[in-house]
Design a protein. Structure first.
Length: 297
């Protein structure tokens, strides 16, 4: 009787081979993730050296737990009896696969953010080389508005260009003043928050920005008009065959597109622009949300 039980638990060869193949695929995924993590860490080192991000901003991505689960899977597969508890194996395999995907999204997200910050500053230096020129250090101190009014106005206009392009290069629609205090080149100001708000007011006077709070903590920078965004969204929908009603979350999921992080109120306004230009129809859903359906020209 005992022999029969042992025989019935023995795993078929084809099942074991399939499990080993799945395990090998997981090994490859884990190896790719390690490589991705290493790339992110190199970017972090570069960004901290250039003082674009602070050391305390660096977030460690732990692979230890995944490694432990992976080892459990190996143990199940290479048991002494050559048997596999399929339920336990499947549970661990599915869990590892899910966690690998989650971890990958996290690493890619952090890596992309660091790349944007690095690229944004590098692009700023290309456009405004004086940001790191010794002879232009005086630009980090605001001129006296009463004694040197011309210099004061000139200073604001020049820095407004820098802030505008920083938002554009970093693909930021909303700027948080407190966060900007710790970002190059603005962290070099002698009075950071005061100067940044002065520059923000200049952008607002040029109709390129607006405050989103009375406390002046968040600034919406319009480095592209809503009309231009409406054209971009329409083209994206058209090129990707989005002929069914499109909800806001679908635009949010298009992470590779700059419009994915547009504020909600701007997206709603863009829907209206598309409808006004007869490029789309706005749909009000039962749950109160809105969607739009493009019209094929």
């Amino acid at each position: 009787m005992e022999r029969q039980r042992e025989k019935s638990t023995e795993i078929p060869k084809e099942v074991k081979e399939r499990a080993e193949k799945e395990l090998e695929e997981l090994r490859k995924e884990l190896a790719r993730l390690r490589k991705l993590k290493k790339e992110k860490e190199q970017l972090e080192i570069e960004a901290t050296k250039k003082e674009i991000i602070k050391q305390e901003e660096v977030k460690a991505t732990e692979l230890d737990y995944i490694e432990e689960q992976f080892n459990k899977l190996e143990d199940i597969l290479s048991s002494k009896l050559g048997e596999i508890d399929q339920k336990l194996y499947r549970q661990h395999a599915d869990q590892i696969e899910t966690e690998l995907q989650t971890l990958e999204e996290e690493i890619i997200g952090e890596k992309g953010l660091i790349e944007k910050k690095l690229t944004a500053y590098e692009n700023l230096l290309t456009a405004y080389p004086w940001l790191e020129e010794e002879r232009k250090k005086f630009m980090y101190t605001i001129p006296n508005k009463k004694e040197n009014k011309v210099d004061y106005v000139s200073w604001k206009i020049e820095w407004a260009k820098v802030l505008f392009d920083y938002a554009r290069f970093a693909v930021l629609h909303i700027i948080y003043i407190r966060e900007l205090n710790s970002q190059k080149p603005f962290l070099n100001f002698t009075k950071r928050e005061e100067y940044i708000k002065e520059i923000a007011e200049q952008l607002i006077s040029q109709n390129q920005a607006k405050w989103l709070s009375k406390e002046k903590k968040r600034l919406r920078v319009y480095w592209k008009t809503l009309e231009a965004w409406s054209d971009e969204i329409y083209n994206w929908c058209y090129e990707n065959g989005k002929i069914e009603p499109i909800m806001i979350y679908e635009l949010r999921e298009a992470k590779q597109e700059d419009f994915s992080s547009l504020p909600l109120e701007d997206l709603e306004e863009i829907f209206k622009i598309l409808a006004k230009n007869r490029k789309a129809k706005i749909l009000k859903l039962e749950n109160g949300q809105i969607a739009f359906k493009i019209k094929i020209e």
